[in-house]
Write a protein that binds this ligand. Structure first.
Ligand code: PGA
Length: 255
């Protein structure tokens, strides 16, 4: 796992955008696996700005998103489809037919099947990930087992609590989601995980310091992947650096 230490959220977002743009420069038809939430918001801002300045072209780029709440239509302001359109898709020249999103109002099983048949035929060039405080990736929540394929899942209580900040009331947070499974994620050619701030420090510390892979700590599966880049800010790094083995704290700054 490569570790990039950024000073702060802005720098981490800039470096993440640079990694994504590097992949697009190598392959204009790159398939990007995208995430939602506060973590990638800054990255999308830099992608928008760079597009505006003519530094990146999305005309051939394809995307697939990690997950979606069950029951929220795409035009609901808290759906992940809405987030993606607002933060990126409507601001760049990506073609609508090159965007794969889960329909939150669709039949979850049919949506999962549609995703998996696409993933069977297409390889994600770069998968962008945030991390839940409980170690979830996408909505692969801590369980006694990993689920390989795209599936319907119940959100963990902590995830509902964490995501309630985006809703008027916690009772409005959907309890179920459809998420890409771990197979879709770990088969990506490159994975870039970003984590910022003290709340994510315990999960990142465990990810870096414990060599074991547990479904109860879903991000630990990333240890089995060949090309993973972790980007954190200094606030998080300061909280983990003393307890992690020296070799995992070897910091490479710059992409
Ligand atoms: P966040 O969510 O980016 O809003 O912190 C990350 C996640 O829950 O995976």
């Amino acid at each position: 796992m490569r570790y990039i230490l950024a000073e702060d959220y802005e720098e981490g977002s800039r470096k993440t955008a640079d990694l994504i743009e590097g992949v697009i420069r190598e392959n204009q038809k790159a398939l990007l696996g995208l995430a939602t939430g506060d973590t990638p918001r800054g990255t999308y801002k830099y992608l928008r700005e760079d597009f505006f300045e003519g530094k990146v072209d999305f005309s051939e780029v394809r995307t697939i998103n990690l997950d979606e709440y069950v029951g929220l239509p795409g035009n609901h302001c808290q759906s992940f489809a809405y987030f993606m359109h607002r933060e990126l898709f409507s601001k760049v020249n990506i073609r609508p037919e090159n965007i794969m999103l889960i329909d939150g109002e669709g039949d979850p099983e049919a949506e999962a099947e549609r995703y998996d048949s696409f993933l069977k035929e297409n390889t994600i060039d770069l998968q962008l990930l945030g991390i839940g405080e409980n170690g979830h990736i996408g909505f692969n929540e801590p369980e006694a087992y990993f689920t390989a394929n795209t599936h319907l899942t119940e959100l963990a209580e902590g995830t509902i609590r964490a995501n309630s900040r985006f809703f008027k009331d916690i009772s409005e947070v959907p309890k179920r989601a459809v998420t890409m499974g771990v197979s879709g994620i770990i088969n990506a050619k490159k994975i870039v995980m970003a984590a910022y701030g003290h709340k994510k420090a315990p999960a990142i510390k465990r990810l870096l310091c414990d060599d074991k892979i547990y479904p109860e700590f879903p991000c630990s599966i990333l240890k089995a992947c060949r090309d993973v880049t972790l980007i954190t800010d200094r606030e998080l790094y300061e909280l983990i650096k003393d307890s992690c083995p020296a070799d995992v704290c070897l910091v490479k700054s710059g992409p």
